[in-house]
Design a protein around this ligand. Structure first.
Ligand SMILES: Cc1cc2nc3c(=O)[nH]c(=O)nc-3n(C[C@H](O)[C@H](O)[C@H](O)COP(=O)(O)OP(=O)(O)OC[C@H]3O[C@@H](n4cnc5c(N)ncnc54)[C@H](O)[C@@H]3O)c2cc1C
Length: 465
């Protein structure tokens, strides 16, 4: 255990000044002794940090591994997937398909990243460690128990078994590198107002989207791409739409146009299910658009227009033809009571469309003019919704931005700027759409970092001093 090999350190280095109000005892000042073993400190006990800790101990059992976690370990795993934890994605296992699910990282992750540890490796890792998994129809992989606790128990049990030390309730607030290339970390335990100092041979930053993590990265010479939220719903200014709250559309094509940006990419157009909420629109299509447009949406202050095609598999001329046929066949029916079944629309939405077109639903189909018919067909194919803001999506939420991928080597997760410094997980400028892709980034990055650190520690232990 790390604590056996720690000794009291001197805190005379000017960069390690003690906070004014903190009461420091000698016991609080922790530093590595000059023993042959090396210490890896992992900042952040989330998915990436704990996975990396286990992997590094697996590769180099004599490496001391200390995980410092400010809150509860794996707290996001706990709440993930509505408490079920969507561990990874079982449909997108082929690399080129998989990378298409990462709005930030899709280009860079095409290299060896997922070859080293992809979704199938994640699935077998958890299976081999006693977590039975199932793949749902849409590709999302969950524990058979339907409980994220199964995943947490597995990871914490394995970390303990391998001899990883986990210190919780402590925050790493400062980091620097000394002349020998060792990391000096300031660790605070705020509940008892104490400050500790840790010296590490290897440092892995796995702090997720925490600002403190970005600060540490900056202190160690890295830059940060401004964080911006991803995976959110759209607030829509349309009072009538709120009446449709709860209505789902199994397949629409939605296109995003932003107020302050003329940039368009193919991913600003998405096909899939959409859901009406109390304040606007949600569902997989909207979440994917929010992810691909995360940065542009932030720049446009979350203002723009959404164009929705409610019958994406029917050509506009065919839509008109269907309406004409319906008019002829059901001429004596009231419009509100009868709608073409081919469109697969619910009656509440049909009423909404008629109202939007200013049509009285009480009129008979026979009185439905040809010009109104054409504009109704157009509305079905290209219905516009004004986006006026960003809502919350509670099932999953990630942050775009963080340490630029250009500043690290994705084959080792090591910093290109600072030897023996590593990054993994959401602290990097990588984020995925919903479906298990964000955890997959954490597992893959954690695995690669753990392997590289383990191997590097073995290699450096062999070098005679
Ligand atoms: C509600 C919700 C549901 C989600 N559901 C899913 C899902 O089902 N599937 C999926 O793939 N993704 C999901 N995600 C996204 C996923 O949780 C994250 O992408 C993933 O947790 C990132 O892992 P990480 O280890 O990089 O960061 P985190 O899990 O955020 O872990 C970072 C850890 O570092 C700690 N930390 C930060 N700074 C410091 C510091 N200075 N000192 C000490 N400790 C520090 C934090 O307390 C935290 O525990 C969900 C996200 C949310 C918010």
């Amino acid at each position: 255990m790390v604590s056996d090999k720690l000794k009291i350190a001197s805190s005379d280095s000017p960069s390690w000044r003690i906070r004014g109000s903190a009461i420091i005892t000698q016991k609080d000042l922790l530093c590595r002794s000059v023993t042959s073993e090396q210490l890896l400190v992992i900042v952040g006990g989330g998915a990436a940090g704990v996975y990396a800790a286990i992997r590094s101990k697996h590769v180099a059992p004599s490496l001391d591994v200390l995980v410092i976690e400010k809150g509860k370990p794996l707290s996001k795993v706990k709440i993930s997937g509505g408490g079920r934890c969507n561990v990874t994605n079982g449909s997108c296992v082929e690399k080129m398909t998989l990378v298409e699910n990462y709005p930030r990282g899709s280009k860079e992750l095409r290299g060896s990243f997922f070859d080293v540890h992809g979704p199938l490796d994640t699935i077998s890792w958890f299976s081999q460690h006693g977590v039975e998994l199932k793949t749902e129809e849409d590709g999302r992989v969950f524990p058979v128990s339907n409980s994220s606790s199964t995943v947490i128990d597995c990871l914490l049990h394995e970390a303990k078994r391998k001899g990883v030390t986990l210190q919780i309730g402590k925050v790493v607030t400062k980091a620097s590198v000394d002349a020998n290339g060792k990391f000096l970390l300031q660790v605070e335990k705020r509940s008892i107002d104490s400050v500790e100092y840790v010296e590490a041979d290897f440092l892995l930053i796995a702090t997720g989207s925490s600002r403190q993590g970005y600060t540490i990265a900056i202190q160690l010479g890295h830059s940060i791409i401004d964080p911006a939220p991803s995976l959110f719903t759209f607030k829509i200014a349309d009072a009538q739409l709120a009446d449709l709250s709860g209505v789902t559309f199994p397949r629409v094509k939605a296109k995003l146009k932003l107020q302050n940006s003329s940039r368009t990419i193919p991913q600003f157009s998405q096909v899939g299910p959409m859901l009406v909420t109390h304040w606007g629109l949600s569902g997989p299509v909207i979440l994917r658009l929010s992810a691909w447009g995360a940065r542009d949406l932030a720049e446009s202050d979350y203002k723009g227009t959404l164009f929705v095609d409610f019958v994406p598999d029917i050509h506009i001329e065919d839509v008109k033809h269907t309406l004409i046929q319906h008019k002829e066949k059901l001429a004596k029916q009231k419009m509100i009571n009868s709608l073409p079944l081919r469109f697969g629309l619910v009656r509440r939405f049909w009423r909404y469309l008629l109202e939007r077109e200013g049509l009285d639903g009480e009129i008979l189909w026979s009185s439905f003019s040809n010009s109104s018919l054409h504009s109704l067909a157009l509305l079905l194919k290209q219905c516009t919704f004004p986006i006026v803001g960003k809502g919350q999506f509670k099932d999953e939420f990630v942050t775009a931005g963080g340490v630029p991928l250009s500043e690290i080597s994705l084959s080792t997760m090591e910093s290109r700027l600072q030897p023996r410094l590593f990054f993994a997980g959401e602290v990097l400028n990588v984020d995925g759409v919903t479906g298990g892709f964000n955890f997959q980034n954490a597992w893959s990055g954690g695995y690669i970092a753990g392997t590289s650190i383990g191997l590097a520690s073995i290699a450096s232990a062999k070098i005679p001093t």
